[in-house]
Design a protein around this ligand. Structure first.
Ligand code: APR
Length: 259
């Protein structure tokens, strides 16, 4: 694994544009279950009944049973070392942007500033009838949360059957098509259009670094470096390797300047 980490650090330090694509796996070590692993959310709630916009419109009380359970977990969750490590890489200038499928806000809490949210964010709610918006804090504890017009509010997350925000799609495709490297962290890459990002980057010559606790369909198709393991341990080791490389480069530059 050390050799792979070394190679990944090399790619990252030498890349002029490195976005990342993240999925639920990066937040599992913060206590938020992913969707498709054995204990994943979809093993408890059938997405066809709880995660489509049709299901929400026809039975919002039922969908809020799942959302309420998720809200309790997300509200308690804190960033883990994978989130913090990506925040550090951004600060060091080696990670330009995170394209996330997650709605838990943990990348921002972990210090990342440039985050594209493909599936929205649980921080706010909207009334589908009168359009009024609320912060989640205004309605926490109210189940299901209702608008002043008495209708049940919808969280500002993208359900199956809803379109990805246009600006998120445009910006992420632009990044993928000019990336020199792409980090793919904690996603099964089965949901479109987020799962097209790695192929777009690959087609345009980017090196794909995949971090996952198990192999995915990307691993043998587009991935150049597969770093197998938990996201927080792998990311912490990778960030240390990048820092060591950067120290090496800067001291070599100083040496050359002095001789
Ligand atoms: N470290 C690294 N990878 C992990 C970890 C971990 N600790 N735990 C789980 N994983 C990996 C799993 O092996 C899997 O490949 O994370 C991935 C999670 O995949 P999914 O559960 O399918 O989640 P995601 O890819 O984000 O799903 C995409 O599907 O249901 C929709 O809207 C939902 O945004 C979600 C989208």
């Amino acid at each position: 694994m050390d050799k792979l980490i070394e190679k990944a650090a090399d790619i990252i330090v030498n890349s002029t544009l490195t976005p990342a694509l993240t999925g639920a796996g990066i937040s599992v070590e913060s206590g938020i279950p992913d969707f498709r692993s054995a204990q994943g959310l979809w093993s408890k709630f059938d997405p066809a009944e709880y995660a489509t916009i049709t299901a929400f419109k026809s039975n919002p009380e039922k969908v809020w049973e799942m959302l309420r359970e998720m809200d309790k977990i997300v509200n308690k969750a804190r960033p883990n070392n994978a989130h913090f490590g990506m925040g550090e890489l951004e600060k060091m200038g080696y990670l330009n942007c995170i394209i996330t499928q997650n709605v838990d806000n943990l990348h921002q809490a972990g210090g990342s500033k440039n985050v594209i949210e493909y599936h929205g964010n649980t921080n706010s709610l909207t009334c589908l009838w009168c359009g009024k918006k609320y912060k989640i804090e205004e309605k926490r504890g109210e189940f299901p949360p209702r608008c002043d017009c008495k209708k049940i509010l919808k969280p500002d997350v993208i359900f199956f059957g809803e379109a990805i925000p246009q600006d998120a799609k445009v910006r992420s495709f632009q990044l993928a098509s000019s990336a020199q490297a792409l980090m793919v962290v904690g996603t099964s890459a089965v949901v479109s259009p987020a799962n097209t990002i790695p192929a777009i980057a690959k087609q345009n010559g980017a090196k794909i670094i995949e971090i996952n606790k198990e192999r995915t369909h990307l691993t043998d198709s587009v991935t150049d470096l597969f770093l197998e393991g938990g996201a927080s341990a792998i990311m912490s080791t990778l960030v240390e390797a990048v820092k060591k490389k950067v120290r090496g480069i800067s001291s070599a530059t100083v040496y050359n300047m002095q001789h």
